[in-house]
Ligand binder design. Structure first.
Ligand code: SAM
Length: 194
């Protein structure tokens, strides 16, 4: 089912935010690159000849390899060279990235059709969010897709919302999108630095 994931409403909404938000020359992180579909959508929005940077992070080697192959096949060569793949946890961005970032994208959970036990977890996701706030550029944004349909995903969404409720509203606008007529449907959180 090629590109079937594109028809999930939370993802369509996230993509519409990314499209409006990003411009050529921006720096973005795909903090959970998975199979590379999100990066494949993001790359043409911010990369140009010698412009922009996209960092693709995943804790699984299989995810990095699959994403590299997809992006190599789908993108023009001149865009591919401004993409850096990082095989590591996203808990501490500063370990691998030393520039300010305009957009950080999370598509939480486990690799579709992969090992469901390798999923994003409350502790590492909260550490990652703290780290994301530290490297975010002025007027930067964070996009988080949550999957409360599985146990760890449900805990994660609750913990993220609890954490974000305490973020200073003078410094950040934070919006939570939830489809209310489908129980445990995925949700989208959009955070903008003022
Ligand atoms: C839902 S998938 C991402 C889908 C992906 N963005 C795409 O477009 O195909 C979630 C990914 O998060 C990764 N992951 C889990 N824990 C992680 C961590 N601590 N740091 C980085 N990636 C992690 C998993 O390996 C998995 O590939």
């Amino acid at each position: 089912m090629p590109n079937s994931h594109l028809y999930f409403p939370h993802l369509k909404l996230a993509q519409s935010y990314w499209k409006k938000f990003l411009k050529k020359g921006d720096v973005a992180i795909d903090a959970t690159v998975g199979r590379g579909h999100d990066s494949n959508f993001l790359a043409p929005l911010l990369l140009g000849k010698d412009l922009g940077e996209l960092f693709c992070i995943d804790i699984q080697e299989k995810a990095i390899t699959t994403s590299k192959n997809l992006l190599d096949k789908e993108l023009r060569k001149e865009l591919f060279k401004n993409i850096t793949f990082i095989l590591d946890s996203h808990e501490d961005f500063k370990k691998n990235i030393d520039i300010k970032v305009n957009l950080i994208v999370y598509n939480l959970g486990y690799l579709p059709r992969g090992d469901k036990t390798v999923t994003t977890k409350v502790k590492s996701t909260l550490l990652s969010l703290e780290s994301a706030f530290k490297i975010l550029a002025d007027k930067g944004a964070i996009s988080i897709m949550c999957y409360p349909g599985h146990t760890e995903g449900q805990k994660e969404e609750i913990a993220i919302l609890d954490y974000l409720r305490n973020i200073d509203n003078k410094k950040f606008n934070i919006c939570y999108h939830k489809w209310i007529n489908k129980e445990k449907a995925p949700s989208l959180i959009w955070i903008e630095k003022k």
